[in-house]
Design a protein around this ligand. Structure first.
Ligand code: MTE
Length: 330
C-alpha cells in the first residue's frame, strides 16, 4: 500500500469510502442524506421479500426521468435474473446517493444538481470498426429493442453495494446490429460533455473529461452486460445516467458509465478516465475481487447501502459462473 502523504485531488477521499457511522444503521444513513420525519418513515417502511426480489417501488425522484419511452415501463423481469435470494435496495437510496462526478463529488448532492441537464432529445453514435455504424436518437434506439428487467448486485469500488432492478437490453444485441469487423477488439464508451449543464466539470478541471470507459469485445458481448434505460420499473432518472448507461455487474461500479453519447468499436485498449488518473487504483479490467485490495482499503467485504449490513464480497460480484471463463478460469 503506497504511503502517500499528500494525495492528489482526484483521489476518492477516505471520507467517501462508506464511513462506518453512515452505515451503522439505516436511520443514521437516511438522516445523513437529509431525510427527516415522514420521508424517513416512508423509506423505512419499504420492505421486500427475502427469497425473491419484489417488484420495484419507484422513488419519487425517479419521476424526474425524461419519460421519452415511458410506454415501455415497467418491462417484464427476465426469469434468469429474477433476484432470487436477493433483497432489493431501497429505491430512494439509489435515487439520492449517486456517483456522477460531472455534477458533484458529493453523492447526496448529485440528484439536486441534475435539473438543467437535458436528456431528450439525445443523440447516440455507435461507430468505429463496424459495418453498419449508426447515429440515432436515444428514444428511437430504445424503441428498437425489447426491454427487460434484471435484478443485479451492484458493487462500487468504494466498498458499498446495492441490489438494483435495472431495465434495458443486452449490449450484445446493439453491437450485433452494427456488425463489428474482425479488427474490433475493444469497445469504448463516452459520456456527454456539457460543462454548462454539469457543474462538477469546472471544479475538477484536471480530470481528462469526458468520462470514458471500455471493455474488451468479448466482455462487451457477454449476456450480463446491459444498456440500462430504466431502474425500479421507470425510465432512468438523470442522476442514474439517463437516457442510457452501461451496467457491468461483475466489475466495479465505475465501469458502468452513465449518460452515454458514443459507443465506438476500436482495435486498441482505450484510455479510460479513471485509469488515466490512477492506473494502480482503477485498472482497465477492474473485476470485483475480494482477494485483491484496493491500494487504500480492503475489498474483502462490502456494506449494503441501505441496511448497513456488512457482507463478504464475492468473486466477480457473484457472477463467476457467467464470466470467469472470460479470464481463463471456470
Ligand atoms: N459515469 C459517469 N459519466 N460519471 C461518473 O462519475 N461514476 C461511476 C459510475 N458511472 C460515474 C459514472 C461510479 S464510481 C459508480 S459507483 C456508478 O456510476 C454509480 O451509479 P449510480 O449513481 O447510478 O448508483
Amino acid at each position: 500500500m503506497p504511503n502517500i502523504i499528500v494525495p492528489p485531488r482526484w483521489r476518492i477521499p477516505e471520507s467517501q469510502i462508506t464511513p462506518e457511522s453512515v452505515y451503522r444503521n439505516r436511520r443514521a444513513f437516511l438522516q445523513e442524506m437529509g431525510f427527516a420525519g415522514a420521508g424517513l418513515l416512508a423509506a423505512s417502511q419499504m420492505s421486500f421479500a427475502a427469497d425473491t426480489a419484489s417488484p420495484a417501488k419507484p422513488a419519487a425522484a425517479a419521476a424526474a426521468a425524461s419519460g421519452a419511452t415511458g410506454g415501455k415501463y415497467p418491462a417484464p423481469r427476465n426469469p434468469k435474473f429474477d433476484g432470487k435470494g436477493l433483497t432489493l435496495s431501497d429505491a430512494t437510496v439509489t435515487a439520492e446517493y449517486n456517483n456522477f462526478y460531472e455534477f458533484s463529488t458529493s453523492k447526496e448532492r448529485v440528484h439536486r444538481l441534475v435539473g438543467p441537464f437535458t436528456t431528450d432529445p439525445w443523440t447516440v453514435r455507435i461507430d468505429g470498426l463496424c459495418e453498419k455504424p449508426m447515429t440515432v436518437d436515444a428514444r428511437e434506439l430504445i424503441g428498437q429493442f425489447p426491454l427487460e428487467e434484471r435484478v443485479y448486485r451492484f458493487r462500487c469500488v468504494e466498498a458499498w453495494a446495492m441490489i438494483v432492478p435495472w431495465t434495458g437490453f443486452p449490449l450484445a444485441k446493439l453491437l450485433a446490429a452494427v456488425k463489428p469487423t474482425s479488427d474490433a477488439k475493444f469497445v469504448k464508451f463516452t459520456t456527454a460533455l456539457r460543462p454548462e449543464q454539469m457543474p462538477g466539470i469546472a471544479r475538477l478541471r484536471e480530470y481528462p473529461w469526458p468520462y470514458t470507459e471500455g471493455l474488451r469485445i468479448d466482455e462487451a458481448m457477454n449476456d450480463l452486460v446491459m444498456v440500462a434505460t430504466g431502474i425500479y420499473g421507470k425510465p432512468l432518472p438523470k442522476q442514474n445516467g439517463a437516457p442510457l448507461r452501461l451496467v457491468v455487474p461483475w466489475k466495479y461500479g465505475y465501469k458502468s458509465i452513465k449518460s452515454i453519447v458514443r459507443i465506438e468499436l476500436v482495435a486498441k485498449q482505450p484510455a479510460t478516465l479513471w485509469e488515466t488518473l490512477a492506473p494502480d487504483e482503477y485498472p482497465f479490467e477492474s473485476n470485483v475481487n475480494p482477494r485483491v485490495p484496493h491500494p487504500r482499503w480492503s475489498q474483502a467485504s462490502e456494506r449494503l447501502i441501505d441496511t448497513g449490513d456488512r457482507v463478504p464480497t464475492l468473486p466477480y460480484n457473484g457472477y463467476a459462473e457467467q464470466v470467469a471463463g472470460l479470464y481463463g478460469k471456470s
